[in-house]
Write a protein that binds this ligand. Sequence first.
Ligand code: GLN
Length: 485
Amino acid sequence: MTDLWRLNAREISEKVRKREVSAVEVMRAHLSRIEKLEPRIDAFLHVNEHALSRARSIDSAVSRGSVDLPLAGVPAAIKDVLHVANMPTTCASKILRNYVPPFTATCVARLERAGAIILGKTNMDEFAMGSSTENSGYKPTRNPWSAAHVPGGSSGGSAAAVAAQMAPIALGTDTGGSIRQPAAFCGVVGIKPTYGRVSRYGLVAFASSLDQAGPFARTVQDAAVVLAAISGRDDHDATSVERRFPDAHAETDGDARGLRVGVPWEFLKRGVDAGVMTSFREALDQLQACGALLRDVSLPHLAHAVATYYIVATAEASSNLARYDGVRYGRRAEGATDLDQMYGETRDRGFGAEVKRRIILGTFVLSSGYYDAYYLRAQKVRALIRRDFEAAFESCDVIATPTTPSPAFKIGEKTDDPLKMYLEDVFTVPANLAGLPGLSIPCGLSAGLPVGLQLMSRWFDESMLLRAGHAFERLTEHHLRRPPL
Ligand code: GLN
């Protein structure tokens, strides 16, 4: 078999466990796929030079009879904001050039324990701040569907790698949409888990009350297997909880009969691209055709979600990013004559424009005299948004929206207007503010570019998302479309 890169994660692991193919062959296929396509896509910042030797050890574990490996031999791409010991973590920032962490993030370690093999580290917006991967301090990534378009962000490298079949699965992180939005733009599945479902240990903090790591895959079932592997309580992260994640295979078994789908129509009235709206309406029709019941739900405070998010996230970022001072990590500016000058020059040269903008904004909303007007008020609105969801989930099981108001935009199209870029996040930030799980699944094309359907469910009810998502996949062929590479 020469086209092993076409296989999805479940197929790979089954074949490796049955010894129909070796993990080494699978890895070789993906490495040569990367070699071929990477010059066009630029999804990776680092490729793991030990991937083949790790594949060899998976093969020998399997031949010794170790079968308890749900991801045996599955190559996995990791967003460069998650630590993998002895591999560089740059967060796509110049300030962390050549930084090598001494430990592995819990979610990555769990993926490896399940038999996955780390392919490499993927490109992103610097410190996960952005919606297009254009804020990378190293290079932009291109959308596999069209080289002129962005892959979305901030986990753009991970989404593009999975869409281009350079990796069957990847990890990303989602603070305000950074898994779901690039998944939508690249035509793959992405899940932002409930806050607390996945340990944040070894995930470089952007906004700690919002950050959550999660999977990219080409099918809902693959995403479920990854989610099951990485979930659960971790003593290194006090916000992580032990909520047993039910069996990934069983979770995707159900159908959509009787599923109550809430649609916040008032929130979708303005600013949604016509092609996105058409795909969204068709997706709702398809869900209905297989037994789902549509409901109109009201989420009145979502109108303030973007403003609230950009206060809370920047406030937390300004505090989290204070640690990059040239003393403890990464790069230090040369030639300074005193400590203040060294701090200043390190940060001035090390951080890109968007990161500086966020630190300044965050410092402002937290400063005395403005704290009550901005940060405190944003926290109150955040509570109201959460309450809106609580009320809405009284009458539905999942809430559906398009993942993004428009399909992928052109490289350079929004870089001069940060506000336009921020408005990209209108449908994704509410789930982060409320801590809810969200899924993005391909639901069509608009002018040749993928469109994502977003489903959100109650806290810790990822099972509902997986069930609905898988039922949708069984009815439709959107997830089988591949970019013309
Ligand atoms: N686009 C949003 C931002 O720029 C979300 C980023 C993220 O989820 N990491 O903050």
